[in-house]
Every structure is written in C-alpha cells, then in structure tokens.
Write a protein that binds this ligand. Structure first.
Ligand SMILES: Nc1ncnc2c1ncn2[C@@H]1O[C@H](COP(=O)(O)OP(=O)(O)OP(=O)(O)O)[C@@H](O)[C@H]1O
Ligand SMILES: O=C(O)C[C@@H](O)[C@H](O)C(=O)CO
Length: 336
C-alpha cells in the first residue's frame, strides 16, 4: 500500500533545501582530535548528503541553498554538478560569508563527534526571495532539514518553500537533523520544529530528536507511538523514528507500525548513518515500495556509509546496496 502519492509526471524527482558545507574527516582514526593531524575534504551538510544519495540512486535531483563566494563554495557546486545535481537554485553569497566546516573526531567506531565552525555561514543566509517556486512546482518531493530553521533568513526561506510545496502538491519530507550548536535555545528549536513538522507529509528523526520537539508536551515514557500519533492530526502520512543500531520504526495514519532491523557493518564512524538511511528510505517510498522494504534499503545504505570514511562520497548506488544486502544474507559481512 502506498501512503503518499506523487505527481509522477513531473520532471524533477527530488529537491532539497538547506545547508551545503564541508566535512573534514580525520584520516588518523581511533584517536582524539588533539592527536589528529590530517583530514580529507568532502562535501557535507545533511541535506547535501541526502541529495547526493538520491542522485546516486538515479533520482533526478536539485538543490536549493547558498554557498560562500570562495574556493570552498566553488568546490561544493562543482561536486554537486559532477553528481548530476541541478544547481540552478544554488545561490552564491555576496556578503563575505564563509562555508561551514565540520571537523570529525573518530575516537572509536562508537565514539565519534563533530567540531563545527559555523559563525557567519553562507547557508543560513538564503533569502526567501531566492527560493525558486518553479523548481518546487516541478519536483515530486521536497526535503527540508531542521538546521536550516535555526536562523533568519534561512528559516523564512524554508517556510516559504513549504508554502510553495503545499500550493503545488509537492510531497514534503522533513529530516529533523538536530544540531544543537546552530540553535540559541532548546525552546526555540522545539517551537520552530513543531511549526515546520505540522506542514510535512513524512517526518524522520531519532528518538532524541523527537524528545527535543516534545519539550513542551507530556510523553514521559518517550513512547514512539504517542510521538507519531500527534502528527497524523496535521499533514503527516508517515513518521519514522530511528534508534541507531537497534533499527527503526515507521508509523502510518492507518494505525499500523512497520519495523526494520539494522544491517551488520564494519563501522568506521557512525555519522552519515541518518543521511544515507533517509536517501535509501525516501528512494523506496518514491518507487512505491512497502515501508518495510524502503526502511530495509535505507538501513543497508546506512551500513555502507558508516563502514566508509566519508558521508557524501560514500553514498551508494542501487547495485552497491543490492550487493551489500546479498552479502549480508550470505553471512559474508559481520558486525565489527
Ligand atoms: N552501529 C550501527 N550499525 C549498523 N547500522 C546502524 C548503526 N548505527 C546506525 N545504523 C543504521 O542507520 C540508521 C540511522 O541511524 P541513527 O538512528 O543513528 O540516525 P542518526 O542519529 O540520524 O544518524 P547520524 O549519526 O548520521 O546523525 C539506523 O536505523 C540503522 O539502520
Ligand atoms: O551536518 C553537518 O554539517 C555535518 C555533516 O556534513 C556530516 O556529514 C554529518 O554529520 C552527517 O550527518
């Protein structure tokens, strides 16, 4: 059964709005940042990673965002183009803003963190007037990502994009993507996340991210079902709650729940799991697959990415995911 219906006649499958950044991933892994000397540069930012994932899966993909007018900004745009992502709505900042940097610390497969440099970043300067209505109108799905709601004018740009999506019947997916360092307070986060989630068809987040959204509500048990139910009174058709290695659960308007286990992985670092999961899952939903199959696909994509050094560059293609799933079935891949 299909829980969301798409305008299948549209030329663009998927458009994401939000941040385009740089990841600098530690080359010397299994040690603290203090002892890390070299890094490899990749395109980063959760919605950028998801878009790259969707494009690798063969979806006609576009991006709405803002980059710095410097070498890093040009590197990002060039990488998107090389990955067949339309950049007609990627605007170049003219105010001297910089590119956000995420330095990753990989102390162990289970203990990774990100050190962010995000003062005066270009991605949060996207103006509402820069969002192309025409692009959203010709896309089947719009993905919004929580971090873009953290500051004006990017916040208003995302709300305008949501308005355009409603007007044109574009399906909206919301990846909560909570990055505390971008926000002023948890109360501010909860208010804006709720305002955005009300307008979305598919909401994806971790248990902890939903807890942040529920700051002003009573869900003392942190019950996934209680979390999901609230959104069906607004626009949601699917609510996905992720539980790391324990897998994920999706709830649907008809009161059903759908579960997925995680796949084995030889984990290098855990970040990027959520982005690859989102790409694989949303791809499945767009193909009209069952939620179980879509979640399984997302979980396999996540295992591939966390077994790799990068997030964006490691986003898998369909043959890679299918091969990985088969190898897991044959018991050829064991958890590290
Ligand atoms: N250690 C792990 N081993 C195997 N699969 C994992 C592991 N961690 C996460 N995953 C897979 O990735 C999916 C999403 O992971 P998670 O719930 O950690 O999301 P997230 O917190 O948004 O990720 P991120 O670390 O990128 O922010 C899980 O549902 C699971 O399938
Ligand atoms: O989201 C960020 O800004 C950092 C990401 O680019 C990084 O790849 C990651 O954390 C993936 O979720």
């Amino acid at each position: 059964m299909s829980y969301v219906s798409f305008h299948t006649d549209r030329p663009t499958d998927f458009v994401a709005i939000g941040r385009l950044c740089i990841d600098l991933n530690a080359n010397e892994i299994n040690r603290p940042m203090e002892e890390t000397m070299t890094f490899t540069k990749y395109v980063g930012g959760s919605p950028a990673n998801i878009s790259i994932g969707m494009s690798r899966l063969g979806q006609k993909t576009a991006f709405i965002g803002k980059v710095a007018n410097d070498q890093m900004g040009r590197f990002i745009v060039d990488y998107l183009k090389r990955n067949n992502i339309e950049t007609s709505n990627v605007v170049t900042d003219q105010t001297g803003a910089v590119t956000g940097l995420a330095f990753t610390e990989i102390k162990s497969p289970a203990d990774c963190s990100i050190l962010m440099y995000r003062d005066q970043v270009a991605d949060l300067l996207l103006e509402p007037s820069e969002v192309q209505e025409e692009l959203i109108a010709r896309s089947k799905m719009l993905l919004i990502s929580g971090t873009a709601l953290a500051k004006s004018p990017s916040r208003e740009a995302v709300f305008l994009a949501l308005q355009y999506a409603k007007k044109h019947g574009t399906v909206v997916a919301f990846d909560i993507d909570y990055r505390p360092y971008t926000w002023t307070s948890e109360s501010e986060t909860a208010v804006y996340y709720n305002l955005a989630a009300e307008k979305c068809d598919i909401i994806i987040g971790t248990r902890e991210e939903f807890d942040t959204m529920e700051r002003f509500e009573s869900n003392a048990e942190h019950a996934d079902q209680v979390t999901a139910k609230k959104w069906f009174d607004y626009s949601a058709k699917i609510v996905v709650i992720k539980h790391g290695k324990e897998g994920s659960i999706a709830y649907t308007q008809d009161g059903l729940s759908h579960q997925a286990q995680s796949f084995p992985a030889k984990v290098i670092k855990t970040f990027g799991a959520g982005d690859s999961y989102a790409a694989g899952f949303l791809y499945g939903v767009m193909q009209g697959w069952t939620l179980e199959k879509s979640m399984e696909y997302g979980s396999a994509a996540a295992s591939i990415v966390i077994s790799s050094h990068s997030c964006s560059d490691a986003m898998p293609t369909n043959p890679q995911i299918q091969k990985y799933m088969e190898q897991c079935r044959q018991g050829e891949i064991a958890t590290s």
